[in-house]
Unconditional design. Structure first.
Length: 561
């Protein structure tokens, strides 16, 4: 028998602990993660993955991966492959327990026939619009279909005809026979099967009828002997139907438990909306680094451990809430601060010539790879007479509290020397094109021997050693906190942030970054965290900004609505 966990506590674990104490399910804990292969997984799915696989790990049980592939119109192998990749990336393994609702199509058909024989299901000839009209409203009961009282023999014959392709698409459906006056609309004779001539990504053209999600889901759970069917709150009103089907069939009865889905500010979690962003080419694809998809987050440089830490911290609740995006970014920074090596890169370069530095005598300076990780060691960075610094690190007429480089002012170069700006060269339009500076060789890697101090340290790269690169500076995809909430006649896409992507295509990077592989993550000192992108090409690496260094959560702490 599985032991009761003591180190974690939430209402789902309370239910499981109670079941174990009562000896339910012979002490088994078996969960499943049941995605529909009609899109890429997003951060909300990560929470569900962590819950289902995490419960199985905590209770030494198992978790199945089951694709609820009951809608051939929207499902593709591409989505199946991406889902499996995302789960493995998060660090979970379903081992040999990969299943599909389509594995059970024959068994589901047999169970439907069993319901017909019991007088609990019937074939209905009403159109989809007529079914909606007969259904009633929240305040008015529905009314019986004129086909509701067909006898079992006729229903079986008609259902077999549906399977055999004897009728046009949409001309008949199989419905459960429950209660058209139920206060729960889901119990008003819901559709179980519809005629749909569409090629299924696994079964091809074998079937021309397909089960609805409500019918297939609970029976698939039962077939797999799932003990606890964990799902999100929108299925709470479907639970009576889930239970009704299983009770009528007298088969293994999993317990459906609902938890609050994850909602984030400045994004949308609807697969329909995300697909629209892809199809309208508002983003570059499902893995666009601005998307809340796991593939997009992976490309941007988010780490699986940071996402799991975030999901654990927000916990499991019974009521829907919205978490500020800054809270997720906090965990990204926290993980990368510990693990990302530091490098120097200049996104908007300004040439600096050190007039008193000897010609043709470059040197290598010691640089720390990560002060948070002593085991990360050190590296060598080249230094020479001509450097690049950020344009923003120089001002000809600086305001108060600007402590970086200015005419006559001295600053420290990271890991190198003090330099002093002697003059600035301008082009015909008055733009500063280069600075002439002097350096103090006695300040190499440390303070001035005479005790003088500087108020700023800036980063740099050696011009003769730098490699050219591109940096993609990502911001929130939407400009408002709740982009899905729009007024009548408006479109959620109207809330797109026009500055969600800016490209710095003339970056200068320290030479160590030439060896960066797609997915490698670094802290560009003073600039933020950056991840090497698959678009990198020979001679010009491309980096995506994962996050800035500034952690907004310190200001927004507690802002979970």
């Amino acid at each position: 028998m599985n032991s009761i966990t003591q180190d974690k506590s939430d209402f789902i674990r309370d239910i499981i602990n109670s079941d174990l104490l009562e000896g339910k399910n012979d002490g088994r804990v078996k969960t499943r993660f049941p995605p529909e292969p009609n899109g890429y997984l997003h951060i909300g799915h990560a929470k569900a993955i962590c819950i289902n696989f995490g419960l199985a790990l905590d209770y030494k049980g198992t978790c199945n991966l089951r694709f609820d592939d009951t809608n051939p119109v929207k499902e593709e192998f591409e989505y199946v492959d991406s889902i499996k990749q995302d789960i493995k990336w998060l660090g979970f393994d379903w081992q040999d327990r990969e299943f599909y609702a389509s594995d059970y199509f024959e068994r589901l058909y047999e169970l439907a026939v069993a319901l017909i024989k019991k007088g609990k299901a019937y074939v209905c000839d009403l159109s989809a619009d007529e079914i909606r009209q007969y259904r009633g409203t929240l305040t008015n009961p529905g009314k019986d279909s004129p086909y509701r009282n067909r006898d079992a023999e006729e229903n079986i014959r008609l259902f077999e005809g549906m399977r055999n392709g004897d009728y046009p698409d949409g001309s008949k459906v199989l419905r459960a026979k429950i209660d058209m006056a139920s206060p729960n609309l889901n119990m008003r004779d819901p559709v179980m099967y519809r005629i749909l001539r569409a090629t299924h990504h696994r079964t091809g053209d074998k079937w021309c009828i397909y089960p609805t999600y409500d019918w297939a889901h609970g029976q698939s759970d039962s077939i797999e002997k799932i003990t606890h069917s964990i799902c999100t709150l929108e299925f709470q009103d479907h639970r009576p139907l889930y239970d009704w089907f299983i009770e009528q069939l007298d088969i293994h009865h999993p317990q459906q438990i609902e938890f609050a889905r994850l909602n984030l500010t400045y994004t949308v979690m609807s697969k329909r909306m995300l697909l629209e962003l892809v199809e309208k080419k508002i983003v570059s694809g499902w893995d666009d680094p601005r998307m809340p998809t796991l593939s997009g987050m992976r490309r941007r440089g988010y780490t699986p451990q940071a996402i799991k830490n975030f999901c654990q911290e927000i916990g499991i609740a019974k009521a829907d809430s919205t978490v500020d995006m800054a809270f997720l970014e906090h965990f990204i920074r926290e993980d990368l601060n510990r693990n990302a090596p530091r490098v120097m890169a200049v996104l908007n370069p300004l040439k600096v010539i050190i007039d008193n530095y000897p010609e043709g005598c470059p040197e290598e300076l010691d640089a720390i790879n990560n002060p948070e990780d002593p085991a990360a060691g050190r590296r060598k960075v080249p230094f020479s007479k001509i450097l690049y610094i950020e344009k923003d690190d120089f001002m000809e007429n600086p305001p108060d509290k600007f402590y970086r480089l200015a005419p006559g002012r001295e600053v420290r170069l990271r890991y190198a020397y003090f330099i002093k700006c002697e003059s600035a060269i301008k082009d015909s339009k008055g733009n500063i094109t280069e600075l002439h500076c002097t350096y103090d060789p006695a300040t190499k890697g440390g303070d001035a021997p005479d005790g003088r101090k500087v108020k700023s340290t800036i980063h740099w790269v050696s011009a003769s050693h730098a490699i050219a690169g591109e940096a993609r500076l990502y911001d929130k995809l939407f400009a408002v906190e709740n982009p899905a909430k729009v007024q009548s006649g408006a479109d959620f896409k109207d809330n797109i942030n026009p500055s969600s992507l800016n490209i710095a295509d003339n970056c200068m990077l320290e030479p160590s970054l030439a060896a960066a592989k797609p997915g490698d993550i670094f802290q560009f000192e003073r600039l933020g965290y950056f991840c090497a992108d698959p678009d990198s090409r020979a001679g010009k690496p491309v980096f995506n900004r994962t996050a800035t260094l500034k952690d907004e959560w310190t200001r927004l702490k507690g802002k979970i609505k």
